[in-house]
Write a protein that binds this ligand. Sequence first.
Ligand SMILES: Nc1ncnc2c1ncn2[C@@H]1O[C@H](COP(=O)(O)OP(=O)(O)OP(=O)(O)O)[C@@H](O)[C@H]1O
Ligand SMILES: *[C@@H]1O[C@H](CO)[C@@H](O)[C@H](O)[C@H]1NC(C)=O
Ligand SMILES: [Mg+2]
Length: 328
Amino acid sequence: MRLLFVGCVWWSLSITAATEPISTSIAALTGFLARYQNLLCYFQECCRPEWISYHKTGLKHDLSTKLYGQHVAAQVVLKAVTGFMNNENPKKPLVLSLHGWTGTGKNFVSQLIAENIYQKGMTSNFVHLFTATAHFPHEAHVDKYKTQLQEWVRGNVSICPRSMFIFDEMDKMHPGLIDSIKPYLDFYDNLNGVSYRKAIFIFLSNAGGEKIVEVALDFWKDGREREEIQLKDLETALSLSVFNNKNSGFWHTSLIDKNLVDYFVPFLPLEYKHVIQCGLAEMVSKGHAPDKEVVEAMARDLNYFPKEERVFSMQGCKVIPARLDFYV
Ligand SMILES: Nc1ncnc2c1ncn2[C@@H]1O[C@H](COP(=O)(O)OP(=O)(O)OP(=O)(O)O)[C@@H](O)[C@H]1O
Ligand SMILES: *[C@@H]1O[C@H](CO)[C@@H](O)[C@H](O)[C@H]1NC(C)=O
Ligand SMILES: [Mg+2]
């Protein structure tokens, strides 16, 4: 490709140089470069609308057909992402914080968001996933991680303003590290010439998961429908518990009291019927015909809590891909 490029430039230059004045050959060269760029971006991912554009109906469809038992999260995420992506001139980056019990769909939802913005979804060069225990494992190296993380965020946003950063296991992340990215989340026109206002930051954690379970369990005990649970029923419990948990990375930072998080998104614990839905979907994605009996056999063997009532799946839908193999 590069050799071809050099050859073409030489060719176009020598033709024009022989016949035209220098300004024309510069114009020819710029035109050629633009066309070469277009050609390149046809084949490989570029920070352009061909590769990055928001599909609202796609996200809406995915949230309502692929995500089970999360009516509150689905609603908040759709509203937040749509509002942000439709705003030509956002004042700050979008910051979402997803909370909930294990295996309830937090990573899954960030994947759905990525897939409806980036052609290449999670494999896009503009989507970055950081996992606390994998990327920043040693507390002794926090200072090194800080500069590295700042460098990564700055470097990637200057390459593409529409970048997405997902921080997994946020509750295991060193508070100092969270502090180091705080300036990027705030209302700045730009920091050292880089504007972060089009970027998306998503934090994932189990913080507040128990409080959300309490609310869901109360509804269940009162014989009320799960779908009656509203954001406001969960919001206070969530922010307080996140705030009061001294082990959580959020506590030490002022992410919350500086209002840097735009939306806290609660994920409800999943019930038996959702496990069945996950199991059927998993069978289809593995190329099997969906078989209710197989899935029910698997779902029965999973653990549920509280011990007596067995309402919620202990591992949510998380272990299903591995478990299902034993039953088909
Ligand atoms: N609500 C859901 N609807 C549909 N599928 C789900 C849901 N929750 C989980 N799954 C399935 O289970 C897998 C694991 O879920 P996911 O990784 O999103 O859980 P998580 O909330 O991030 O858990 P953890 O807190 O342990 O990281 C997903 O890839 C998806 O296939
Ligand atoms: C962008 O982020 C990745 C990590 O996802 C990192 O490896 C890379 O060096 C960053 N790029 C720049 C230019 O900083
Ligand atoms: Mg996860």
